[in-house]
Write a protein that binds this ligand. Structure first.
Ligand code: AHR
Length: 477
């Protein structure tokens, strides 16, 4: 089967949507008071920036770049906090050329500090129209100074790919002293749009060895709309190297896959990598995030892992999804499971970042819910994530990410239940709490309706207790 040059020309069978959740949801709109030194980020972090790269550099700045809807310029912003990226000034570093191989689409930029210089890699194509616009190759621009936000940027050159074909979504990471380049590329003889490769680098634009092909789209959730593996990103954690990548069409079927390898193994040996047979991060109707993908990894101000990705907050798209502007940059905590592997959960949805709450005196359980039933126990990650929605009077509501239309409501007899927001039978202040800092980094949620009483755990239930009761102290994570 021959594939026309157009990246989007290949149509594969199957149009089912890998979905993490099953119901439509609403977004929480209030923002929570910052429970810690850094302001609490709110999703979407940055609207209409796809393929986002966010990283915290040794200079203490968070840098962020990504694809703009017009695909006509390379942009950069920075902030001292993750939340600050939402409103940070964005600088245009470079615009596509008037003609030639870099006069069309500019996709998926990434900023890296290579051999003492700031280098921004990106995919670009010509503007000749027709299928030629998908004649996409990887290029780089370089900054003439130490500050990427103020220096002058000029073309460094083209990435010397091992063969000449459609290639994009490059990234760089260093492991055990070796700097690797990873990218997506079409390969003759493999009927896919793109596969993911890795190779050690010789310098900013050339490889030191032939590449290893790490993943080819073959599984059903990788070939929906288009046979695509792209957007690789790397995380080293708990003795393993994890590589995420994105698969399928850029509509609601777009999702993340995962490869893993022992950190001491040979990264250039494709057989040493284990490929997850299921996607690890997919559309979630309950939180209203569609097509999550093209991720990067960073850490928050407390050094905790953060997943950066793009996603839309609606499903239906008119026309080619590639030209829909609403792939917004989103972030969320990246937790790990009992075996130390990343637990991606579900895309958490619009609103302030959620947290998990563990009773300070009972660390092996959490606040959770099963449908509309609140509980204290162990549950899948998404059922333990609650966002604090803050109000003018300083009070907060606690709302589960999977049921954004519900919040915790207390009663005079001490019960605490999940009640739909549009339920008018809730007494004044029964769904409002004051989030107070407790001893040893704990938090308490003091009821606004029932003086001196606070959210507490009681066996496998959530109840009100005296605010002096240790059962009313929680650890937020
Ligand atoms: O967002 C533009 C391109 O679309 C990116 O390079 C790729 O990751 C996605 O498929």
């Amino acid at each position: 089967m021959t594939i026309r040059l157009s990246r989007r020309s290949f149509a594969a069978a199957g149009s089912l949507l890998p979905i993490a959740c099953s119901q439509a949801g609403r977004s929480g709109l209030a923002t929570a008071a910052a429970p810690s030194a850094a302001p609490l980020a709110v999703n979407p972090l940055v609207r209409q920036r796809a393929d986002a790269q966010v990283f915290r550099h040794e200079d203490g700045w968070y840098y962020m770049t990504g694809s703009v809807p017009e695909y006509d310029r390379l942009v950069l912003r920075r902030s001292r906090t993750l939340a600050g990226l939402s409103t940070a000034e964005e600088r245009v570093l470079w615009r596509h050329q008037a003609r030639g191989p870099m006069s069309g689409f500019l996709w998926a930029p990434e900023l890296h500090f290579v051999d003492g210089r700031w280098v921004m890699y990106f995919a670009a194509g010509p503007s000749g129209g027709g299928e030629d616009v998908f004649r996409i190759r990887t290029y780089a621009i370089v900054c003439d100074g130490a500050d990427p936000m103020t220096g002058d940027w000029t073309v460094l050159g083209q990435f010397q790919a091992p063969w000449d074909s459609f290639n994009l979504d490059s990234t760089i990471f260093t492991h055990k002293g070796v700097r690797y380049f990873s990218w997506a590329q079409r390969e003759a003889g493999i009927d896919t749009n793109s596969n993911v490769y890795i190779a050690p680098m010789k310098d900013a634009l050339t490889l030191a060895a032939a590449p290893a092909r790490l993943t080819v789209p073959t599984l059903d959730w990788e070939v929906r709309g288009f046979k695509v593996n792209e957007g690789s990103a790397f995380l080293v954690k708990n003795g393993q190297v994890f590589m995420t990548y994105s698969a399928s069409a850029t509509d609601a079927r777009y999702c993340l896959g995962l490869l893993s390898i022992d950190e001491n193994a040979n990264l250039m040996d494709p057989r040493a990598w284990t490929k997850s047979q299921q996607p690890v991060f997919v559309t979630c109707r309950e939180t209203s995030v569609y097509g999550p993908g093209h991720n990067s990894f960073t850490v928050d101000e407390q050094g905790r892992d953060i997943l950066v990705y793009h996603g839309r907050d609606y499903e239906a798209i008119a026309g080619d999804p590639l030209f829909n502007p609403d792939r917004h940059t989103r972030i969320q905590r990246l937790y790990t499971d009992a075996r130390g592997n990343p637990n991606f959960g579900v895309p958490v949805g619009n609103g302030p970042l959620p947290e998990r709450f563990t009773p300070a005196v009972r660390r092996n359980v959490m606040l959770a819910h099963e449908g509309e039933r609140l509980l204290i126990g162990n549950a899948p990650l998404p059922q333990t994530q609650f966002r604090s929605l803050s109000f003018e009077d300083g009070s907060v509501q606690l709302s589960p990410i999977l049921k954004p239309g519900h919040r915790l409501v207390a009663s005079a007899e001490g019960s605490v239940t999940l009640v739909a927001m549009d339920t008018s039978s809730v007494g004044p202040g029964a769904d409002r709490f004051r989030r107070m800092a407790g001893p040893g980094g704990t938090v308490q949620f003091i009821s606004q309706a029932f003086e001196g009483r606070a959210l507490a755990h009681s066996s496998d239930k959530v109840r009100l207790a005296q605010a002096t009761d240790a059962a009313s102290t929680w650890l937020a994570d």
